[in-house]
Design a protein around this ligand. Sequence first.
Ligand code: SF4
Length: 759
Amino acid sequence: MAFDLEMIKAVYAGMGSRIEAARTAVGRPLTLTEKILYAHLYGGTVSQAFERGVSYVDFAPDRVAMQDATAQMALLQFMQAGKPKAAVPSTVHCDHLIQAKEGATEDLAIANSENKEVYDFLASVSNKYGIGFWKPGAGIIHQVVLENYAFPGGMMIGTDSHTPNAGGLGMIAIGVGGADAVDVMAGMAWELKFPKVIGVKLTGKMNGWTSAKDVILKVAGILTVKGGTGAIVEYFGEGANSLSATGKGTICNMGAEIGATTSVFSYDEKMGDYLRSTERADIADLAAGVAQHLRADDEVYANPEAFYDRLIEINLDELEPYVNGPFTPDAAWPISQFAAAVKEHGWPEKLEVGLIGSCTNSSYEDITRAASIAGQAVSKGLTVNAEFTVTPGSELVRYTVERDGLLDTFAQMGGVVLANACGPCIGQWARHTDDPKRRNSIITSFNRNFAKRNDGNPNTHAFVASPEIVTAFAIAGDLTFNPLTDTLTTKDGQQVKFDEPQGIELPPAGFAVEDAGFQAPAADGSGVQVLVASTSDRLQLLDPFKPWEGTDLKGLRLLIKAQGKCTTDHISMAGPWLKYRGHLDNISNNMLIGATNAFNGETNAVKDALTQGTPYSPVPAVARNYKAQGIGSIVVGDENYGEGSSREHAAMEPRHLGVRAILVKSFARIHETNLKKQGMLGLTFANKADYDLIEEDDTFDILGLTEFAPGKPLQIRLHHADGDTDLITVNHTYNQGQIEWFKAGSALNLIRLKESGEA
Ligand code: SF4
């Protein structure tokens, strides 16, 4: 970790002057969010104020984390940059590909065998490029980051939506797509729209059955799944200081459920305690030394309405435990009203499985609170009436809670410990059930509960609550049970009630682990070979895309004129295709198969101008045919083309299959940028009505490329089948740097040329 310590020292050394410059530029006191963001501007100089929710800003995050599913394409792309190592400290975490079935040992062995080629690739590419590698079984990305890498006032990105978990240690941590990770690892700027800031003031103190989880479950009810969009949620107040760092992590983790860019707490003693307990006393000391930079200015806390875009107040003294669901995490029910809601909505009352743990809730505190309930069940002679599983967030936590006898307590009430991995949280769950389609209820301490997420069954009603509430429900086996007020019947017929859960924030004997599962990279990776079998159908090394040929593009064929909504899911579907996300050629067989062809109203059925006979063929097949004949193609689309996720495959697949330009009425911004990075032309109709001029048999000439310049429109000549032509004007948003990407064939090509001194 010495490397990290030097990096953190450098961040803190620059913070004071940058924050001062930002305060001057903005002309008012600053929120914590603003302090951290202005301290991480790309290039380092604060020369202007940015408008929240409006300005696009280049940032320089301190760190990158990647989970195994998204890391594959990110690292295949990073290899294209020609860099000897990642520009910032980076890690890979093998957590998403392990299926939960029998228990930790058996499930891990199967995953190691089934995913061997993926793990071997990730381990070797990490070793070569100076990237830390966390083996399968080491833990879930966000828990491992919190235990090892998160630091107050830092900024990181991670290729997973729950990256904000690190906000529990005061870090601005944002979930992104693989392409963003590549940018940062390659030393490029990372762009983000300067977020709005929502303040959540916590007063009072947590007590009894209520836990940190209930704060975010309540906030989700207030803000709904969209309420945090484009905003960073900043928690403060005396109540915040009473929450453990891991409790804060739980709250930040689930900020993803309200659509927030991320969530963050200011530095306090609880963070210092956690840092010391996880052997980072040096970081705690450094943070304490710059504590004034790791909280908002005093004026902000004194008059929060004036500085936050929205303010919410929650009194922890009055906060009840919550149960949220089913099917959405913002359906928030205080426990006192939950039983009535279950009856009123007719949700299955019998609870079949309780699942605790995951990246959201598997801290020492969480496990001790849940175990205190489990221990009562055992000592009071209660029978457990539902299945019960425990998913530790990391080997560090698992080893420590096993040493302290807590796993044994769960085992005594019939609990099964699963691998330190995502498992049931991401649908990697071979659930034991007599009827996989029956309406049924489960309850988890995870974060998401959308239909089919856990077990693939649309009839599973999944609810979310704190680990101690989940444990109590699992013992009762009944969703109408209220553990705060109701009694249960023991084996010998007595009525007993649970005492309040008791938790221990940090292990009194310290954390311990035999093998945390970390593999440090080679000091000099130049001789390391990246392992990818040429026969693999899951992984494929990338060939650089060809540079621009230096001329206008003539004779392009229409691949598809898409009508209506065309999201990144329509362009590159998920589901079974995720298996191929490390193999560009194989995953390209899903290209645009969800888009609606404007000429026949069908999906995945377009005209192949080169074949006679069958009039309509699958989109990827037609694209491959054009490519094989050396003919470029063009995709035409409607409004907000490419909305949805930041999935880079949606830009890479068309590029791979010979599409030269995407011409639309308007773009979703992230997708437009992704197209530019892949060396593709992303163009918009200057006159949107020209969309109607496009006919099925048209060919296209893109004109003006030899004078391609920022702000200067291009032209396209349409050649219709009847011999007529139309000349239309198309706009673009390329700046000079992005035009260089186009000319080089991709942004990574340009970096590689610069790295080798050829550009
Ligand atoms: Fe995502 Fe669940 Fe894994 Fe956490 S445990 S990283 S929420 S899949």
